[in-house]
Design a protein around this ligand. Sequence first.
Ligand code: SAH
Length: 353
Amino acid sequence: MSRPLLGQSLGELEAWAVAEGQPSFRGRQIHEWLYRRGVHDLSAITVLPRAWREGLRERQAQQGQPLIGRLVEQHRRVAADGTTKLLLGTSDGLQLETVGIPTEDRLTVCVSSQVGCPMACRFCATGKDGLARSLALHEIVDQVLSVREAMDRRPTHVVFMGMGEPLLNSEAVLQAIAVLCRDLGMAQRQITVSTVGVPGTLPSLAERAHQVLGRAQFTLAVSLHAPDQPLREELIPTARAYPLDHLLEDCRRYATDTSRRVSFEYILLAGVNDAPQQARALAQLLRGFQSHVNLIPYNPITEERFERPSHQSVDRFRQTLLDQHIAVSVRASRGLDQDAACGQLRRSLAGKA
Ligand code: SAH
């Protein structure tokens, strides 16, 4: 099976052109049209010889495989604040979500790493249907191009906080980071990989990032969500296999190995994990850790009865952490009117939510 062209480097595209009996500069042209112009179809690359384009198209039709590997936009929702959620279709008929979140000086793309997710965190819409499959490199890169095209603006930041668990697809995720930096001119420091924790993956992530990227400079964000093991297991069933102290030990090691501060995400669920004593317990847990806590007030999903805490209670939690000298920010909710919680758009269009 031949690899889709999207996701390939300049050198690889040049080698491919030569293997096709073309001069290597054809590879450079394709690189330019794929990444800078964002073409969806080879026939749109008008600088290529017509006979070659047609030959490739015929071969593609016979083999039934995508040549470029772009996803197809199937649905778009734009919230009042400009947040744009796209539903994208894969060549094998699956659907995934990606979101563009604009501010004055940033455009953050929230990308999916899998279609569905096997982790089944209770408050998350994506996990309700389980995992369909992991995304391939070109399907991850496509999301950034699709948002750029839909919003007619260059993305500045990428967060792997869409559907799926990135550390169950870490090879494609690392390769995608390489493409974003090398072929789309982004910086690793503008990229965040968010994980709920998969046993045994963090040590190899640092090592493999080193091999693929030269240095791991992207931000690792770990979804903690509870200050103690029993509550964490209740919210995140897979946490049973990865006790909190092991997870934090791996985070410490990752921070040492990469010289990067790890950040922690903490979803706030009213009456479940938002009490001041839980903030103090969280501070205790993170003591001596060079870290940053990102509080995420819960976005309601239809399948569960959790509630979003009041502004006062979010602020109290934040202030308690600050009093304990923990660096903390609160994630502003964006596009709440448009099925903001991850996985919701796909489910609501499928009539499941
Ligand atoms: N699997 C990875 C990344 C995907 S989810 C992870 O768990 O980190 C990205 C973030 O959104 C996670 O912190 C996740 O817990 C959070 N999240 C999921 N559902 C949510 C909801 N309904 N409201 C608010 N945050 C949610």
